[in-house]
Design a protein around this ligand. Structure first.
Ligand code: S3P
Length: 168
């Protein structure tokens, strides 16, 4: 079995954009775990969060990640920003895929997502502070899960794709 490649990082760090481009370059399937999850849940993540709360969302997310990471054919997998919060997810991703952490800055991300209303954890008055808080908690978890850390600060998509390609 060829190991899959997986992207982790904060919401808005480019996991789907970079992953889609690399999958195209390598001729393999691109899978966005959030989209798979939405299909299984039958509604948007935002609506699911509102109706059932974060813990129910994390339970469903863990099931999807385990299924995708253990999938039989190679793919490029983009994960939700909170995928690393559970130890079981960190373990299954690290053991079954080559994991790239797209390290970004809260400032870059806040600029990129300033008109985005789809991410429940970033709604509210001060998304930049929220991103900084998320990073404090998650940075060690992203680093622990990753095989490679890719610094994306002030990089174009093409530059990030090149950096990942050099490591993969
Ligand atoms: C989340 C990130 C989202 C999505 C959900 C929770 C998080 O994915 O899974 O809203 O906890 O950071 P993206 O990282 O693709 O935005």
């Amino acid at each position: 079995m060829v190991p899959s490649v997986c992207f982790i990082g904060l919401p808005g760090s480019g996991k789907s954009t970079i992953g889609r481009q690399l999958a195209r370059n390598w001729g393999v399937e691109f899978v966005d775990s959030d989209l798979v999850l939405e299909r299984r849940l039958g509604c948007s993540i935002k609506d699911y969060f509102a109706a059932h709360g974060e813990q129910a969302f994390r339970d469903a997310e863990a099931e999807v990640l385990a299924d995708l990471a253990r999938g039989q054919s190679a793919c490029v997998l983009s994960t939700g920003g909170g995928a690393v919060l559970r130890a079981e997810n960190r373990a299954v991703l690290h053991a079954n895929t080559t994991v790239f952490y797209l390290q970004s800055s809260p400032e870059d991300i806040a600029r990129r997502l300033r008109n985005d209303t789809s991410r429940p954890l970033l709604q509210g008055e001060d998304p930049l502070k929220r991103l900084r808080d998320l990073l404090v908690v998650r940075a060690p978890l992203y680093e622990e899960t990753a095989h490679f850390v890719i610094d994306t600060v002030r990089c174009s998509t093409a530059q990030v794709v090149r950096k990942v390609t050099m490591q993969a």
